[in-house]
Write a protein that binds this ligand. Structure first.
Ligand code: FAD
Ligand code: NAI
Length: 476
């Protein structure tokens, strides 16, 4: 078999890998990208977890289920009456599958447009030498590649509970949770992290009775505590049952149901009987198929590829980005690292500011933040001023009929520089972008307060929260 040489070989075509490949090609390098994801008919499905079983399909189902919930619960207040409202789960899931397929095809088109050679199969290291690395591709066809530089972007997979493998029928990972065929009567979720809340919301909205069991005593500890409290209240009010501080014990998978034994926060023994169980307790990095040992790739005790701040592994010319390395497991973080690595390979100064990575939970209300939380600033001993503004006092939110939540600004007590912005409320995912831009330019709260925001718009809540830092809101 002849070997094809590339300036850069990218292993993995999730948001980290395919974006790195595009950026490297834009910078004039010859690029190969290898990905092993298969669609239902065994074809290539680039886009990784994000496209196939993550960001995109989950948001498609969140949208469908939110429309359903609006129709079922909220249209009446607008004077809209509906008879015989029903949900066709098969159609909802098929729509989601179509969006995934479009996205896969879009990425294949981008590869072509940027003259990137795409290889469908599993990429693994063969050996190092001659100023680069030999990479084998095992798929329907085998290929031998040589890369002067290698970018590993192999992503992550769902973590299973010990002794409870995913069967994707009763015990579901994110994959199975996105393709349940009909609304389960009783759905259990282990872990009230991002997946548990998003997927729990989807199935609750369309009629499942959902109970979430969380080991930690506090809800969404990574979020600002005040925002997390507000979100917890709103989600609970909607009927999502969240039990904190539990210790999950034996789980029995029967023919019809799953039984979860657990100890509640008071120490009492409990049992949860459900028709399906989603296990969303975090994810593990994918390194097993890489044969990293052949070249001495260092992996840490948690299975992540060891990298420095700039995504360099210990091996010359080998980089790693995205979920397979330290840091938040987010698609946009993976993309930023991929772009920065391609630019570094080209001799430029790629840069990722990890303090400015926004976090979003796409529940309703949405939860979004960027920068430091109040508790983090307190721990640091940093002097800050806080200002918040409730959506209840925002005209657009009232017109939308969605007034839950608030915007909260945290700014340095002396310089007034914005240190963190936290939102729980409608379209928080979009509003947070203003905060990220402001913080990237080291804006002060006063800068935002002095900028004209369209009326009526949700963005006025951003301006008002910035005004609140100086205790001078206009509408509250
Ligand atoms: P991945 O997307 O996991 O892609 C890695 C690719 O490499 C995969 O296709 C994999 O099959 C392939 N691969 C692995 N090993 C090999 C090999 N040896 N050879 C060839 N190919 C290989 N993040 C957000 O920012 N926003 C969201 O809304 C969001 N929602 C999510 C919802 C769910 C349900 C889940 C599970 C995740 C969500 N995430 C979200 C997280 C996001 O999906 C990940 O952070 C992101 O996909 C990581 O990108 P990546 O490129 O590092 O890896
Ligand atoms: P997560 O890390 O967000 O949450 C896991 C939760 O499970 C934690 O609260 C943890 O305390 C709990 N847990 C762990 N072990 C447990 C046990 N034995 N019993 C009970 N609870 C237990 O992980 P999740 O939800 O699986 O998502 C994985 C990653 O995917 C996230 O870290 C996130 O980065 C990414 N993601 C991002 C989304 C977004 O940006 N909107 C959406 C979905 C996922």
């Amino acid at each position: 078999m002849s070997t094809t040489t590339f300036d850069v070989v990218v292993i993995g075509a999730g948001p980290g890998g395919y974006v790195a490949a595009i950026r490297a090609a834009q910078l004039g390098m010859t690029v190969a990208c290898i990905d092993d994801w298969q669609n239902a008919s065994g074809g290539a499905a680039p886009g990784g977890t994000c496209t196939n079983v993550g960001c995109i399909p989950s948001k498609a189902l969140l949208q469908s289920s939110e429309y359903y919930e609006h129709a079922a619960r909220h249209f009446d207040a607008h004077g809209i009456g509906l008879k015989d409202l029903r949900i066709d789960v098969a159609k909802m899931v098929a729509r989601k599958d179509q969006i995934v397929k479009q996205t896969n095809e879009g990425i294949l088109y981008l590869f072509k447009k940027n003259k990137i050679s795409f290889f469908h199969g599993r990429g693994s290291f063969v050996k190092a030498g001659n100023g680069g690395y030999e990479i084998a591709v095992q798929g329907k066809e085998a290929h031998a590649l040589f890369g002067r530089q290698i970018i590993i972007a192999t992503g992550s997979s769902a973590r299973a509970l010990p002794g409870l493998p995913f069967d994707e029928d009763k015990v579901l990972s994110n994959d199975g949770a996105l393709r349940i065929g009909s609304v389960p009567k009783r759905l259990g979720v282990i872990g009230s992290g991002v997946i548990g809340l998003e997927m729990g919301s989807v199935w609750r909205r369309v009629g499942a009775e959902v109970k979430v069991l969380e080991a930690l005593p506090s809800f969404l500890p990574a979020a600002d505590a005040q925002i997390a409290k507000e979100a917890h209240k709103a989600l609970t009010r909607q009927g999502l049952q969240i039990e904190l501080g539990v210790k999950v014990g034996e789980i029995k998978v029967g023919r019809k149901a799953v039984s979860v034994a657990y100890t509640d926060a008071k120490g009492a023994a409990q049992t949860l009987e459900v028709d399906k169980l989603i296990v969303s307790i975090g994810r593990v990095p994918n390194t097993a198929g890489l044969n990293g040992a052949a070249v001495g790739l260092a992996i840490d005790e948690r299975g992540f590829i060891v990298v420095d701040n700039e995504c360099r592994t210990g091996l010359p010319g080998v980089w790693a980005v995205g979920d397979v390395v330290r840091g938040p497991m987010l698609a946009h973080k993976a993309e930023e690292e991929g772009v920065a690595v391609a630019e570094r390979i080209a001799g430029q100064h790629g840069h990722v500011d990890f303090n400015l990575v926004p976090f979003v939970v796409y529940t309703s209300p949405e939860i979004a933040w960027v920068g430091k939380s109040e508790q983090a600033l307190q721990e640091e001993g940093r002097a800050y001023r806080a200002g918040s503004f409730p959506f209840m006092a925002n005209g657009r939110a009232r017109a939308l009929g969605d007034t839950t939540g608030m915007v909260k600004f945290l700014a340095d007590a002396v310089s007034d520089e914005i240190l963190g912005v936290h939102i729980v409320g409608p379209l928080a995912s979009e509003l947070i972008a203003e905060a990220a831009v402001a913080m990237a330019f080291h804006a002060s709260a006063e800068d935002i307060a002095r900028i004209c925001h369209a009326h009526p718009s949700l963005s006025e809540a951003m301006k008002e929260a910035a005004l609140a830092v100086d205790k001078r809101t206009l509408n509250f």
